[in-house]
Design a protein around this ligand. Structure first.
Ligand code: ATP
Length: 287
């Protein structure tokens, strides 16, 4: 069945992510496969994506690459139903999460947002909130109650998985805004992990960071890869080559909506692309 939204659904402030604290700290859910089928997207009458199909395998890192404006971020935002929050936005096609339609009428939008987390370009911790409370912020929104020891274990686990624990373990009560940009981004990753997502979407997560912080975030991405499916938008070809297992090359030619020219294993995309446009792009000849 094809889900089709012809008008955007209003964002419902009551629909905040729901979450449960894990019964066993460290026992997270397994990564999920995302499968986009013939996804088209519009802003008003402007069609920006045309029938994009892409399977993003469970427990792998998929990089979305391509020149500015070809629809990578829009595609990313269709995957966890953020696209529909833009007034006038519309969408056609299907997004399957382990075979289940993310846009099925019976599926709550909150489920999609919980199962499919998102990390943005600019680190966005709550600046005045403590590091500890930032990690738990997604749970607090739902009023989830848990004993202190369970919370402590979850905070340590998520900060460890995000590669930040050793740097902040002695100052968990300091404000999130006091961390460096790279540390703030890893704090945002820890916050995303606390609600147990099975997929993590990352929209240029390192573009506001210096090279050292970028390297730390890349290490975090690599260490998370077998625990949570990752889909990352990046303009940095070296980064795509370093962190991803698979790549999809997006292009919007001559005023046409964006689409995928080619996708496949990262190594093949960089060393033996099938399409000359992919070869030109990955070798920096345009874009
Ligand atoms: N909120 C919006 N309202 C209207 N048009 C938008 C909106 N967001 C994006 N667009 C348009 O959709 C098209 C795709 O934009 P998108 O941001 O998805 O591309 P991108 O490949 O991620 O670009 P970049 O690499 O520069 O971030 C562009 O033409 C852009 O102008």
């Amino acid at each position: 069945m094809t889900s089709e939204l012809t008008t955007a659904l209003p964002a419902d402030p009551a629909e905040l992510p729901t979450a449960q604290l894990p019964a066993v700290p460290g026992a997270g859910p397994r990564p999920a496969e995302l499968d986009a089928r013939e996804v088209s997207a519009w802003f008003g009458t402007h069609k920006v994506l045309d029938r994009v199909s892409l399977t993003m395998p469970a427990g792998r890192v998929t990089a979305l690459i391509g020149p500015s404006g070809c629809g990578k971020s829009t595609f990313l935002r269709t995957l966890n139903r953020m696209h529909e929050m833009v007034p006038g936005a519309a969408l056609a096609g299907q997004v399957l999460f382990d075979g289940e339609d993310v846009y099925a009428p019976q599926r709550r939008i909150t489920e999609a947002r919980r199962d499919i987390g998102m990390v943005f370009q600019k680190p966005n911790p709550f600046p005045a909130m403590s590091i500890y409370d930032n990690v738990l912020a997604g749970l607090k929104l739902t009023g989830t109650r848990a004993p202190r020891s369970t919370k402590d274990a979850l905070v340590e686990e998520c900060l460890t998985r995000a590669g930040l624990w050793t740097e902040v373990r002695d100052r968990l009560r300091s404000p999130g805004g006091a961390l460096s940009g790279g540390q703030q981004q890893r704090l945002c990753i820890a916050r995303s992990l606390a609600v147990r997502p099975r997929v993590l979407l990352m929209d240029e997560p390192c573009s506001a960071l210096d090279p050292t912080s970028t390297r730390r975030v890349e290490e975090t991405i690599q260490s998370l890869a077998d625990q949570v499916t990752i889909v990352i938008v990046t303009h940095n070809m070296q980064q795509a080559a370093r962190v991803s297992d698979r790549c999809a090359f997006f292009l919007a030619e001559a005023g046409r909506p964006g689409g995928i020219v080619e996708h496949g294993p990262t190594d093949a995309m960089f060393h033996s692309p099938q399409d000359s446009r992919t070869e030109d792009y990955v070798n920096g000849r345009f874009g």
